[in-house]
Design a protein. Structure first.
Length: 291
């Protein structure tokens, strides 16, 4: 007989606990969605009738030795389906040291490897070890052939990033967010307080530059909750403007009355997003409908 949902959930939790004891540093192992983890624990402890609504997602960072260039860093973005470990985990490996095609090959091989594991056996650590052993073969594998056609100019993708932070109070950070968005021609908004929400939209390369600067600041916790990418025909100014849903980035303070300005009124945030046609994002952030 197969495993019960309870057994699967218990195995997921014990594997996550093992990972966090092996990799106590946030740089090495971080759970992307605390809400899903809390739901899973609640399910195991109370065994309610309904199953958890979202999958636990986490990231493992792996350094692997690649001779002669020494250390290469990879990130493994993992999602555990509710039926894991009866079904394989979903894992995507990324690294700045890999070309697109290398990354694609590596992930297809990894998927094959995961499908060969015996069902019912936790295999995230095995996947991590597999990556460390295989890494060298991929990083050095093939120099990219010289492009025959001219490469498309950068910036033919329009991106919108939805960033979630545990809180944003610091004046210096708030100023940096506004300044950088202006410098990089990004529109969007920043909702300071707890939680902190930042949305930026514009050329993909500008959004990525913004994110790499923001995440270097010290945060208790910050992550990209959702990302939208739209391919543009030509990437001209008018076409970019037509994709924007927001005005140039500004702070939005949805003050909760009398809450010392710390906790924002999420109902107002919901209505603001609804006006912009982004109501579904609210659910990604807070796991609930607005109103």
């Amino acid at each position: 007989a197969g495993m019960s949902h309870e057994e699967e959930a218990e195995m997921q939790i014990s594997e996550l606990e093992l990972l966090s004891s092996m990799f106590p540093e946030e740089e090495e192992f971080s759970v992307t969605d605390q809400l899903a983890l809390a739901e899973l624990k609640h399910y195991v402890e109370n065994q309610p009738a309904e199953l958890p609504s979202s999958r636990v997602q986490f990231t493992l960072r792996v350094k692997a030795e690649v001779p002669p260039a020494s250390m290469v860093e990879f990130s493994m973005a993992c999602a555990l389906p509710l039926k894991y470990p009866t079904v394989p985990p979903e894992i995507t490996v990324r690294s700045p040291s890999l070309s697109r095609s290398q990354q694609f090959q590596l992930n297809s091989e990894l998927r094959r490897f995961l499908e060969q594991q015996s069902p019912g056996e936790p295999c995230v650590l095995r996947a991590r070890q597999w990556l460390q052993e295989q890494a060298a073969a991929y990083v050095g594998r093939e120099p990219s052939p010289p492009p025959s056609a001219p490469l498309q100019p950068q910036g033919t993708t329009f991106t919108r990033l939805w960033i979630y932070s545990h809180h944003i109070y610091n004046k210096h950070k708030r100023k940096s967010i506004l300044d950088w968005a202006k410098e990089l021609s990004l529109s969007g908004f920043c909702m300071p307080g707890k939680p902190g929400v930042v949305c930026v939209e514009g050329l993909q390369s500008s959004c990525e530059e913004f994110w790499s600067r923001v995440r270097r600041l010290t945060w208790k916790r910050i992550l990209i909750r959702h990302r939208e990418d739209v391919s543009l025909e030509g990437g001209g100014h008018a076409e970019i403007q037509s994709q924007r849903k927001f005005s140039p980035l500004e702070e939005k303070c949805f003050d909760a009355h009398g809450a010392r300005g710390n906790h924002m009124d999420l109902g107002q945030l919901y209505r603001f997003l609804e006006e912009k046609g982004c109501a579904d994002i609210f659910q990604m952030y807070f796991g609930v409908g607005g109103h």
